[in-house]
Design a protein around this ligand. Structure first.
Ligand code: 5GP
Length: 207
């Protein structure tokens, strides 16, 4: 069985990580989404335990102290973290675990988990990025400014990632990510017993 792995997707607010992740999850059954914990308030359409686990700051900090996150960061104006147990249970089962996290979190993962795959999602232009955040209508004017100025800082970290994908059209971005997943699944280090694959049932004439 191929080993599971962490698939880290980052990109500035408005790059379309949520939309692309959802479309990707719908098109494949070998990916599970890691639901993050956050101290941010839920948006109108968000459901606790589906989009995020929404916690008070005290609860979140308690989890940090108990080592329950594989990474956590202060992003824009709130804390976000990836619960550890779920991720490792799924990898053990051979699943690809999708983490939609910011660059600070991705750097923590990069330090500790060598076999993770890092993808940076980009908007076609920064003007389009701002339009998308404004159109989404879920943030205050102040939050929009914070997210937009953070977007420029986040772009400086693209060099830390393995792949970049431009999200102009969602379908094309998903196809690019699927191509990355396809090659990652063929990596020799992700398999045990490749020789046995071809030598069983008299598969090889040289043995
Ligand atoms: P939003 O508030 O728009 O849902 O997310 C804000 C930012 O936090 C996004 O860049 C998102 O990828 C990031 N984020 C979401 N969950 C996590 C997490 O568990 N850890 C980290 N480090 N960032 C996260």
């Amino acid at each position: 069985m191929a080993k599971g792995f962490l698939l880290v997707l980052s990109g500035p607010s408005g790059s379309g990580k949520g939309t692309v992740s959802q479309a990707l999850m719908q098109s494949r059954d070998d990916i599970v989404f890691s639901i993050s914990a956050t101290t941010r308030n839920p948006r109108a359409t968000e459901v606790d335990g589906e989009n995020y686990f929404f916690y008070d700051k005290d609860v979140f900090m308690d989890m940090v102290e108990k080592g329950e996150f594989i990474e956590h960061a202060f992003v824009h104006t709130n804390y976000y973290g990836t619960p550890k147990k779920f991720v490792f249970d799924q990898i053990e089962k051979g699943e690809i675990v999708l983490l939609e996290i910011d660059v600070q979190g991705a750097l923590q993962i990069k330090k500790n988990y060598k076999e993770a795959v890092f993808i940076f999602l980009l908007p076609p232009t920064m003007d389009e990025l701002r339009n998308r955040i404004v159109k989404r209508g879920t943030e205050t004017e102040e939050d929009i400014d914070t997210r937009f100025s953070n977007a420029f800082k986040e772009l400086d970290f693209v060099g830390e990632y393995d792949f970049f994908v431009v999200n102009d059209k969602v379908d094309a971005a998903v196809a690019d990510i699927e191509a990355i997943i396809h090659s990652e699944k063929l990596r020799v280090k992700r398999h045990n017993g490749i020789k046995e694959l071809v030598t069983r049932k008299g598969g090889s004439k040289n043995e």
